[in-house]
Design a protein around this ligand. Structure first.
Ligand code: FMN
Length: 188
């Protein structure tokens, strides 16, 4: 069921670094983004695939992990992502590209979840530094980065309590994500 897939499709930030992801798998995921909606059908997004150990090491330093967990500096080496998809846009001729990119992210992550993988979208990216580190084309700008891997963490969805939407980790390192109740987001 779609709802089961959406429930399972959480933001995962700890992975099995031994479980590599192939270029073919990334291409299958990007094909889902390719088939997704685009404002005025302009399709201004481009995708850079990162899947070797060396390239993954270039991306990691430029991402900010879990802003609500300031004491956590991101995953240790054994739990780092084994692939990334860098979503870029053509600077000329892009319109509503952020919406296109959001939809693309969701298509990619749903596809990853269906394959038993998982990931996290990054908006907090040191874009210019990453652009330079990857020697990217100057006509393109990074919009989002998606980290991918085989998740090793449990993520629990719960109701928002007392208006607090911050995710948190319990003593067993389980990651809790408060979601607003349906009744609280409906206006009648
Ligand atoms: C546009 C966007 C940007 C995000 N940027 C970051 C980020 O920079 N770093 C991070 O750790 N998580 C990032 N996230 C993940 C959110 O923190 C996550 O979606 C939220 O906590 C809810 O958890 P869930 O995805 O499991 O429902 C981003 C999510 C979205 C949609």
């Amino acid at each position: 069921m779609l709802k089961d897939l959406i429930r399972k499709n959480r933001s995962y930030r700890r992975f099995d670094n031994n479980c590599k992801i192939s270029k073919e798998t990334l291409l299958e995921l990007i094909d889902l983004a390719r088939l997704s909606p685009s404002s005025a059908n302009l399709q201004p997004l481009k995708y850079k695939l990162i899947y070797t150990t060396e390239e993954c090491a270039k991306v990691f330093p430029f991402l900010s992990w879990a802003g609500y967990l300031p004491e956590w500096q991101g995953p240790q080496q054994a739990e780092r992502p084994t692939a990334y998809i860098i979503i870029k846009r053509e600077i000329e001729g892009s319109r509503n590209y952020a919406v296109d990119a959001g939809i693309a992210c969701q298509s990619i992550l749903l596809g990853a979840t269906e394959k038993g993988l998982g990931g996290c979208i990054f908006g907090a990216v040191q874009r210019e530094k990453l652009h330079t580190a990857l020697a990217m084309n100057d006509e393109h700008e990074i919009v989002y980065v998606i980290a991918l891997g085989k998740p090793v963490e449990e993520v629990i969805i719960e109701d928002v309590k007392n208006g607090d939407i911050k995710y948190w980790r319990d003593e067993n390192n389980k990651h809790h994500v408060p979601k607003r109740k349906l009744a609280d987001i409906i206006e009648e």
